[in-house]
Design a protein around this ligand. Structure first.
Ligand code: E4P
Length: 219
């Protein structure tokens, strides 16, 4: 299972990378705005800075919503670095753009997936990744995890190569359930990854080991 970090914050990306468990980064226009990044040149420079930290797979989202615009913008984004994966929204023109990028050998991440039908379309169009949003479905009382399981099952039936990239992952239970149902990738904030470290028995066990060691050494 791959771990991506869902942020445009360079310090968080560096920290996750230094942990040695990071496989990639996803961003979106809201996350870029949160870091105060705007304007073509600054956006490109920021993507480059992210690519310089990690080994591969940095999702960069297009802003255009028409086919020609998405193709033009996606090609520009792909030129920034070989690590870029062009993120395309699940809309009709987006579907056509996915097919185009597949034919050009440019990797894509189809975002804003909220149904199995959308995931099926994206896979048929040749998306490298689909991003179903768990947390946002949970927010409106639909079971986001059920969607992940459904997509994993459908892709398995037909051997689609598109990877299921579980997005909008808000906490460690989301992440662990994704692992159980076989999502290929999860993308989440740094705190979800680091929360996996925590267990009170680890803390108390370590405290006892250190205290016993000190006692035996006469400290
Ligand atoms: C996916 O790529 C999105 O960037 C992200 O996971 C959305 O998460 P949110 O619903 O917490 O904003």
């Amino acid at each position: 299972m791959k771990f991506f970090i869902d942020t445009a914050n360079l310090a968080d990306i560096r920290e996750a990378y230094d942990l040695g468990v990071l496989d990639g980064v996803t961003t979106n226009p809201s996350l870029m705005a949160k870091e105060g990044i705007s304007g073509d040149e600054k956006v490109r420079a920021h993507y480059k800075a992210i690519c310089d930290i990690v080994d591969d797979k940095v999702s960069a989202e297009v802003i255009s919503t028409d086919y020609e615009g998405m193709v033009k913008e996606g090609k520009e984004l792909a030129k920034i670095d070989d690590k870029i994966v062009v993120k395309i929204p699940m809309i009709k023109d987006g579907l056509k753009a996915l097919k185009y990028f597949q034919s050009e050998g440019i990797r894509t991440n189809c975002t804003l997936i909220f149904s199995a039908g959308q995931a099926l379309l994206a896979a048929k169009a040749g998306a490298s990744y689909v991003s179903p949003f768990i947390g946002r479905l949970d927010d409106i009382s639909f079971d986001g995890m059920e969607l992940i399981a459904q997509i994993v099952h459908i892709y398995g039936n037909y051997g689609f190569e598109t990877e299921v990239l579980a997005a909008s992952v808000r906490h460690s239970m989301h992440l662990l359930k994704c692992a159980e149902v076989g999502a290929d990738v999860v993308t989440c904030p740094l705190k979800v990854i680091t929360s996996l470290l925590n267990h009170p028995l680890t803390d108390s066990g370590l405290a006892t080991f250190l205290a016993d060691h000190a006692k035996a050494a006469g400290k």
